[in-house]
Design a protein around this ligand. Sequence first.
Ligand SMILES: [Zn+2]
Length: 393
Amino acid sequence: MSFEISKWYNNYQAPTVLMIDDLSDAYIDKYPQSYKNDWGYLCEAEGSAYDFLKKNLLKKFPDIKITFFVPYLKHNVIHDHTKEDYKKFDVGEREAFINFLRQLETYGHEIAHHGSNHGEYINKDNLSTVNNFKHEWELFDNSKQGVETTVKGMEIFKKYLKNPIKGGKFCGYKQRENSLEIIDRSQLHYWCDDVNFNHKNYDYTLFGENKVISFPTNFAGNAFVRLSYITGNEKKDRQKKMTQYLQPIYNVLQYKNLNKLYKHGYIISIQEHISPSTSSGMVQSTNIITDIDSLNRIYDFLSSKSIWYATCQEIAHYIYTKDNSSLTFYANHLIIYFNNHKKLSNTMLSICSDREFTLSSKTETRVAETNNNQFVVNIDVQHGKNEFMVNKG
Ligand SMILES: [Zn+2]
């Protein structure tokens, strides 16, 4: 018999995560429908953005796991002098919002780092962010200042949340020469540092002294509506009037891209923002409201496949555990050496074989179950030697 450590948990073919950016305790009053204006301020109430997502996506696909990227101060993309039509608060200012974040954790979702206030406008009288916004990690002149600001966010969330922050995302995916060093020195475990929708060989890589996982962003949530929806940008919308008829052809390509990620067993990370509502009045590109039909198409496709629905953090934990483990098997003894130098908790591995087997530790015996054409057992592994007895099924 031979055994392997599965590439992904429970031997699933590929993991998927829905990434939602810019969840904030904020609201911009632009549309008659409250769920379009809501950046998180309405929490879970009827008419909130999350309520919309629940009713229009999560009800049909309850396995979906979401990583929410949450700035910890008032969101600066929401312009301070846009009349009286907005609300915004720091994390911790309103108990209702803290309770909402905690509730999201209990649903199995993740709260991740997304900077303090996201950055600042260059020309403060201009409401557009296009070429007029410096994103947070572009603004750190020295690493020390960047590390302090980043670690402060981790500490604030630690005060309120059950799960410590383990990763996050550069605001606007923008960085400069010291940005990766800041993430590395802040002892973060994974980071979304780059966006790549081109589906070249895109798997995770590692960076820095602490081998931080560079987590891919490789699929746009709006893929299946991209050529048809109105953005409020005149030039773009004029182009869309001409290209909208190409959407069905474009869709064929999108299914192909999804399938490619799946077949290779790459992480399928679906990129979204929480709200279409912006200070400039333009529709935020990729948002869960405008893209809801596209999201339904994506999950319709994935739901018939061997998919591990997980948060970024769960995926990053599995990668780390697998990359720091080795497996040997002789005379019915299966031994896994795991070097948990980062002292992570919840370290799981999946052991698979093409033959039936049972796996016994000192305390219990587990029967392998079939998944994705293999027999598989999921186990907790601890730092050092993990020893099991194997019996044929
Ligand atoms: Zn953002």
